[in-house]
Write a protein that binds this ligand. Sequence first.
Ligand code: AMP
Ligand code: ZN
Length: 466
Amino acid sequence: MNVFNSLSRRVEALEPLADNTIRLYTCGPTVYNFAHIGNFRAYTFEDVLRRVIQFNGMKVRQVMNLTDVDDKTIRGANAQGVALTAYTKTYKDAFFADLKRLNVQPAEVYPAATDHIPEMIALVEKLMAKGVAYQSDDKSVYFKVREFPGYGKLAHIDFDHQQTGLRCAADEYDKENVGDFALWKAWEPSDGPVGWDSPWGRGRPGWHIECSAMSMKYLGETFDLHTGGIDNLFPHHENEIAQAEAATGKPFVKTWMHCAHLRVNGEKMSKSLGNFFTLRDLLDKGYTGREIRYVLINAHYRSGLNFAFSALDDARKSLARIDACVEKVGKWESGKAGTCAFAQKCLDDFTAAVNDDLNLPKAFAALFELVRETNAALAAAETAGFDAGEVLRVFRRMDEVLGVIFFENEKKAVEVPADVQSLLDARAAARQAKNWAESDRLRDVIAAAGWLVKDSKDGQSVSPKQ
Ligand code: AMP
Ligand code: ZN
């Protein structure tokens, strides 16, 4: 399996450092709002990556952080006058529900920043002891960029054309404004009740230190693979490297991978530009999680992808074509077991494509070749040598990576959560009592929780809104 490493800027073999396991850290969401489908481009890319690693017989240990303290979460919580944890819980829960709808395999660990403040403080103390961090007049603690010789190796920063002596308290800035960055931010009145005691006074961690502390806690001081959207490369990932390597003296991560942005009319889809759709927006328009996943993964992860509704409509047609073929094969009783040369050839092409830096457009081409050949074989009067079981096996094998073919089956296996079940029970009772107003009200409450109720003569049934 070969991938493009943003650090070396070369395509390299991805081989586990230990235990046949790829230790993978993926920068997760800032839980101050619903994630948009641009964010989900990054998470579905990471899901495909994880699946291709497993497809190749390696194991994965994935850690995805939840940034539940930063300027945006604090602002949101304080504006609503609720505790930070209560505010972020809504968006954490929504995030996990969205991942499920997109058939994203869960990571092994989802550490939240607010549960790891002591680890972050310990890391900052280490950097202070090594002389690469200092507390400034504003009481915040900064990383001294010039004291870490490797600074800029990921983003390839040319220091000769830089201003010097800058200091930057904001979490995000561009390459032209490289400066000492905040490790620990001193408490300010606008932080309200949010803050933790530290050797430098009350305050909170900077965004970058979160990821260095939590990745090393769960994956070790040196691990295999770290990913994110391309906007994370600088300064976030550059700063993660600086913090970790300055503290441990060891290489932090072997391979870095970054996905390109989902765009709208040529511009990055982002909250700040206001040009975004959440997953819920699209589900409400009648598109399914499966169709959205199909669109997000059906482009090379390093190529820009422009969002358009027509792509979702095309996805619906393509998926219907695959479904029809898989259904026909499923019903085929050949009685003849044997090899199926065309299925094997399609699987070989598929495998070569995913192992060539996750070339999903080529992988989908191999899938459609399988659909075409299968339809032709089924249509032919004589189907000698056609082994339906083998063809189905190849569809299933491809779907280990794609996660779009047998998606509907998985959907049916979804369990109804206890709170939704008790609403359903209350609704059944209301209907029994012919209290139609209450029945309608409960249907809306259940819908708001993401479930669709259908009534028939046999009673009510429920399915996740997709
Ligand atoms: P954030 O919540 O802004 O920290 O972003 C979470 C993840 O989504 C990061 O890996 C970002 O790089 C990624 N991301 C944000 N916007 C986009 C976009 N338009 N296309 C692809 N990835 C994005
Ligand atoms: Zn991160």
